[in-house]
Design a protein around this ligand. Structure first.
Ligand code: NAD
Ligand code: UDP
Ligand code: UDP
Length: 315
């Protein structure tokens, strides 16, 4: 007999996954962390390895997985444009075959399953801020498509398993999230700017830097994940999870320079193809259904993130 909830976290050795494993262990769950270590690392969960209720398994979710669990958080998928475009076919496979396998597993063991979807399902949005009802403006054949369309297809699979097999699904559309344990060479904007500022290297602004993003601190997001998993069976989402504070990349660069007390210069680089011009979540639904909203301001979250990278770079 087991009394602890058995939770599978795919992508559990990644940035978000490792914070989720920490939280679940602290809440008294038994955690199975599954990862192929493509962008994640054992270092992110090394403090959990050896604990009785934590287990880590090297496995690629594009292959079937037979385990017994009560809940699944499906996070496996590279998240940074640099990494997901490195092997785009594998990215689509991870989202699509990975979703099929994890849904097949959830169906067999009757587990509740959450999908880490993304604001990228809205593409380069014409509606601003983005509510869940907005269907998006996604290019199906561009360099970002492997990620965007893979995630959109995963949402389709989640809803079809829900309708066809009565699975309990929870779909989270995550907006840009940052914090400690982002990979220093991840290529995402927060890690890039912080590492560049700390090293005194030029800050690389893509395009004019007038494009905007909304940045959520990792602790706020993990709180939302846990709340989402606990919602009643009829609540499926999709639900936007993110911080509605909106900043241009120029504003972000200035803030990072100020907080790191860095003299790095700004350099301008070409804007990547299909780079969304603006992004901000409408979190009305999350507020109402999860009684949740982000608490950590960008300035405070960046301070923690800078502290982390300072230690990492000093090693
Ligand atoms: P990450 O790259 O740090 O984590 C992804 C993890 O998945 C890594 O540990 C990687 O090794 C693992 N992985 C990749 N392919 C796999 C496969 N085929 N089998 C098993 N493991 C595999 O990125 P993250 O920021 O922690 O993102 C986690 C999830 O959240 C992803 O699904 C991502 O799409 C989603 N998401 C993140 C953000 C964000 O801003 N951080 C925004 C939207 C969506
Ligand atoms: N699957 C898995 N673990 C399980 C059950 C299923 O990885 O515990 C995989 C299985 O290999 C299959 C996929 O999930 O390819 C979808 O399973 P489902 O039962 O929905 O479909 P079917 O097996 O009928 O194709
Ligand atoms: N960006 C930038 N400099 C960098 C990395 C990214 O100006 O060194 C920009 C990028 O073009 C995009 C924004 O920052 O407009 C966010 O990029 P990221 O890759 O973090 O996330 P996404 O584009 O997936 O939201």
């Amino acid at each position: 007999m087991h009394t602890r909830t058995r939770v599978l976290v795919t992508g559990g050795a990644g940035f978000l996954g490792s914070h989720l494993c920490d939280r679940l262990i602290a809440d008294g769950a038994t955690v199975l962390c599954v990862d192929n270590f493509f962008t994640g690392s054992k270092d992110n969960v090394s403090h959990l390895i050896g604990q009785t209720h934590f287990e880590i398994m090297r496995h690629d979710v594009t292959f079937p997985l037979y385990v017994e669990v009560d809940q699944i958080y499906n996070l496996a998928c590279p998240a940074s444009p640099v990494h997901y475009q490195n092997d785009p076919v594998q990215t689509t496979k991870t989202s699509v075959h990975g979703a099929i396998n994890m849904l097949g597993l959830a169906k067999r063991v009757r587990a509740r399953i959450m999908q880490a979807s993304t604001s990228e399902v809205y593409g380069d949005p014409e509606v601003h801020p983005q509510p869940e009802s907005y269907r998006g403006l996604v290019n199906p054949i561009g360099p970002r498509s492997c990620y965007d369309e893979g995630k959109r297809c995963a949402e389709t699979l989640f809803f079809d398993y829900h309708r066809q097999h009565a699975l309990q699904i929870k779909v989270a559309r995550i907006f840009n999230t940052y914090g400690p344990r982002m990979h220093p060479n991840d290529g995402r904007v927060v890690s890039n700017f912080v590492v560049q500022a700390l090293r005194g290297d030029p800050i690389t602004i893509y395009g004019s830097g007038e494009q905007s993003r909304s940045f959520c601190y990792v602790d706020d997001l993990i709180e939302a994940f846990v709340r989402l998993m606990k919602t009643t069976p009829d609540f499926t989402g999709p639900v936007n999870l993110g911080n509605p504070g909106e900043f241009t990349m120029m504003e972000l660069a200035q803030l990072v320079l100020e907080l790191t007390d860095s003299k790095s210069e700004l350099v301008f680089r070409p804007l990547p193809i299909d780079d969304p011009r603006q992004r901000r979540p409408d979190i009305t639904l999350a507020k109402q259904a999860l009684d949740w909203e982000p608490k950590v301001a960008l300035r405070d979250g960046l301070t923690e993130t800078i502290r982390y990278f300072r230690h990492l770079l000093a090693r």
